[in-house]
Design a protein around this ligand. Structure first.
Ligand code: CA
Length: 405
């Protein structure tokens, strides 16, 4: 319970307590925590309280706080929960609450390396059927290891940043004719994903065991991995996604700490074959998250995260299994969240079956892929305390036309 008034429809509750970077007119960007429809200005509050590490919040990125590690993250969250739940703190806290409508939000952390995985079996099978109809739907290695690729950290942008339609090369007509043309993507798509943010770095040469997931990963963001399917389909063999993905990846401005997801943890699905020893679950890190994808305001799908085959703990163990290290600010994303039931597709390639089954939006218009001016918003909730569902925020982006040459 909280002494704060949380209006219906507020972006957050008093439990999620996500971290971001905000500014008010004429003042420098700094770290804040979203609670209800306010942002708690952490730096002056922590200074008044004499909190260890108060200086970590007077920064234009979360990185210094992310680097502080699990004990510091937990101590600050315990302090915040006490502040918002115990009435005697009201007079201390209230002067530092800024109405959310008065702040600008910035990219919450400097992104180090960016990796994107491919952990939904439904998504992997559907993409296989669409892109490689003559081959087995699942790649041979898929059930043995979390397949991923290294993406482009420099083009990870904050929610609200316009997404410019990319141009590229694509095949025209049957493959046997060998015709190729260059132009703005005609099959611009989204991918709804969860992204995991590394706080404490690991050592080069030392794999991170599955059991050490919470020592290194601070929290999660919502991710839209914008994807140009025509460019991707032509370029991706044999080395994987390149220009069809690297033009933009949007993340939500608020980073939800792992601790807020304590009630959302569920057993992952059964794996067959049994994963290699370094990928065996130490603790269950399946997550009961529900996504909602809106296309120009019409909810077109509600992808469920709980059935994802590989967990983020396994993904971190895998991406460091060869001794590659992770750094503060590294981001790894789950892969498109698609569930097996109708209405659970996390991308439009699946939702419209490569454009052959268009969807109708609330204004009566039909879509197969994204038009210029279209806006996509991905929201999510997680299982929270006492059977509630807690909000995890939103990531949104609007398509801008390809600039003229
Ligand atoms: Ca992806």
């Amino acid at each position: 319970m909280t002494w704060m008034t949380i209006p219906a429809g507020a972006a957050f509750d008093a439990w999620t307590l996500p971290y971001g970077v905000f500014s008010t007119p004429g003042e420098e960007p700094r770290v804040g925590v979203a609670v209800g429809d306010h942002v708690l200005d952490l730096a002056p509050l922590a200074a008044v309280e004499g909190l260890d590490g108060a200086h970590l919040f007077a920064q234009p990125t979360l990185n210094p706080f992310l680097a502080a590690g699990r004990r510091a993250w937990d101590a600050v969250r315990d302090w915040l929960i006490e502040l918002v739940t115990e009435e005697p703190h009201r007079d201390l806290v209230e002067p530092h609450l800024v109405p959310a409508g008065q702040v600008s939000l910035h990219r919450p952390f400097d992104v180090g390396d960016y990796v994107d995985f491919y952990a939904s079996q439904t998504h992997a099978e559907n993409v296989g059927r669409i892109f490689r109809p003559d081959s087995p739907a699942l790649p041979a290695a898929w059930r043995h290891l979390p397949i991923g690729y290294h993406g482009r950290a420099g083009t990870v942008v904050t929610s609200g940043t316009p997404v410019v339609r990319p141009s590229g090369l694509r095949r025209v007509g049957p493959p046997a004719e060998g015709r190729v043309e260059h132009g703005p993507s005609l099959r611009l798509d989204i991918e709804a994903e969860a992204g995991f943010v590394v706080g404490a770095p690991s050592q080069l040469g030392r794999p991170v065991p599955v059991a050490d997931f919470t020592e290194h990963v601070f929290g999660m963001v919502l991710v839209n991995d914008w994807s140009a399917r025509d460019i991707q389909a032509f370029e991706y063999v044999p080395l994987g996604p390149f220009l069809g993905k690297s033009f933009a990846t949007s993340i939500s401005p608020w980073v939800v700490p792992l601790a807020a997801l304590a009630h959302a943890r569920v057993e992952p699905p059964e794996r067959s074959p049994e994963p290699a020893d370094y990928l065996r679950d130490a603790e269950p890190w399946g997550l009961d998250l529900e996504f909602a994808v809106s296309w120009n305001g019409t909810v077109v799908s509600r992808p469920p995260f709980a059935g994802m085959y590989w967990t983020p703990a396994q993904q971190l163990a895998h991406l460091t299994a060869n001794g590659a290290s992770v750094r503060t600010g590294d981001l790894f994303a789950s892969g498109t969240v698609s569930g097996p039931r109708p209405g659970g597709s996390g991308c439009f390639l699946e939702l419209t079956w490569n454009g052959t089954e268009p969807v109708t939006l609330a204004d009566g218009s039909q879509r197969a892929f994204l038009d210029d001016g279209d806006t996509v918003t991905i929201e999510a909730t997680a299982a929270g305390p006492g059977g509630t569902r807690i909000p995890l925020g939103a990531v949104t982006g609007q398509i801008s036309p390809t600039p003229s040459p």
